[in-house]
Design a protein around this ligand. Structure first.
Ligand code: AMP
Length: 380
């Protein structure tokens, strides 16, 4: 399935391809058509699932030709728990709205920053991404009016309620027009979220995206135990003997990522490193080359792994284990697909044994560890 078959306008389809969003993620396949059809949504999904674009794209599409920009009446309200999320979500709105033939103005407002510049900048805004407390302040001072809101999004609703915003959320709901579309996203379905769900949503479509951890049985996992000096040769041996044409390798530091990529190249294997110390351009180029098959091997760190937007990978190698079991699951998660299970390989030294046991215990799954200390790696 492609983005164009989801009935998004050509300008957005073009922008998506420029952003290297090659095909819709599962949540986007489900949420986009429903939002375009005016339905309410209850989305149980985590950050990383692609949920932001799942609502940003159809909201922009629905607004086309319907906005007027000379007032303080917003059309779309997105409530989020934190300043960071507000900024992040607004960036996605901005990224795609600037591709449209007509301007749709979005803005993020949040507490902990001075209110006056926000009040001034709000004139002409169509889409407001806000934390609850600051939104109420802006409503109270008439810097913003809610009477034209046709779509409400509650993002990370569970976090919002856990952070004690229930009262503010209730006040905001009371101030909104009754007739509107509601989209509620939450990582979990707690009692509190269920309460808001009952209060807000009208026969919603329920969409649940299973996080990677629940897919773990679909992943072919294996580990090799070698001596420290055998790690490099074993890595090259695996890439060659398993004929890996697309493999993502994880290290625990930027330095190590560069080092592993260098060594692979010296041994005739197309590899690049991508990490937080590289320029934006270098990162984009590396990812593009990896996706298109120009380079077979991409070496990275956990910090950047979320930015590697590839839905399915045939091979993931942990050249070094991550400290947190959660990161381990996140790293290997994208190799688990029912129709095409991939392989996740960990290269261990005897010092890793204890930590790897903890990882296996936390993910509730045993991984076969092959002792390769005696393997003949001559020539690799
Ligand atoms: P989110 O869950 O909304 O925070 O999105 C997680 C990451 O996935 C973000 O870095 C997005 O840029 C990226 N992303 C979302 N949808 C797609 C897609 N269809 N193709 C590639 N990357 C995507």
């Amino acid at each position: 399935m492609s983005f164009s078959s989801l009935k998004l306008p050509p300008a957005l389809v073009k922008a998506l391809s420029e952003q290297q969003y090659t095909k819709p993620y599962p949540i986007q396949k489900q949420v986009i058509p429903s939002v375009l059809n005016g339905k309410d949504i209850l989305g149980i999904a985590q950050t990383g699932s692609g949920k932001t674009a799942s609502y940003v794209l159809p909201i922009l599409t629905n607004l086309l030709g319907k906005t007027q920009s000379k007032s303080r009446h917003i059309n779309v309200l997105v409530l989020v728990p934190t300043r960071e999320l507000a900024v992040q979500v607004q960036e996605v709105f901005h990224l795609f709205s600037k591709a449209l033939p007509e301007p749709i103005k979005s803005m993020a407002v949040f507490g902990g920053a001075s209110i006056n510049p926000q009040m001034k900048a709000l004139f002409g805004v169509n889409i407001l991404v806000a934390t609850p407390g600051r939104l109420l302040e802006l409503v109270d001072t008439n810097a913003i009016h809610l009477s034209d809101v046709s779509t409400l999004v509650l993002d990370e609703a569970d976090k919002m309620l856990n952070m004690g915003f229930k009262e503010e959320v209730d006040k905001i709901l009371a101030a909104l027009p009754k007739n509107r579309q509601n989209l509620l996203f939450s990582a979990t379905l707690s009692k509190e979220v269920e309460h808001i769900n009952q209060l807000v949503l009208k026969s919603p479509q329920v969409i649940k995206i299973v996080p990677a951890a629940e897919n773990i049985d679909l992943i072919g996992q294996i580990a090799y135990r070698v001596r420290e000096e055998q790690k490099g040769p074993l890595l090259r041996y695996l890439i060659k003997t398993e004929e890996m044409n697309q493999v993502l390798i994880f290290t625990s530091s930027v330095y190590k990522a560069d080092n592993v990529a260098d060594k692979l190249r010296k041994n005739g294997i197309d590899a690049k490193a991508t990490h937080g110390k590289k320029s934006m351009k270098a990162r984009t180029d590396a990812l593009r080359d990896f996706k298109s098959g120009v380079i077979k091997v991409l070496v990275t760190t956990d910090l950047l792994s979320r930015g590697i937007d590839i839905e399915f990978l045939p091979f993931v190698i942990n050249y070094e284990l991550p400290r947190s079991p959660k990161d381990y699951v996140h790293r290997i998660g994208r190799t688990g697909r029912a129709e095409n299970p991939g392989k996740a390989i960990s290269i261990l030294t005897p010092e890793d044994d204890h930590h790897f046991k903890i990882i296996q215990k936390k993910m509730k799954k045993q991984v076969e560890v092959l002792n390769k200390e005696e393997i003949d790696l001559a020539g690799y």
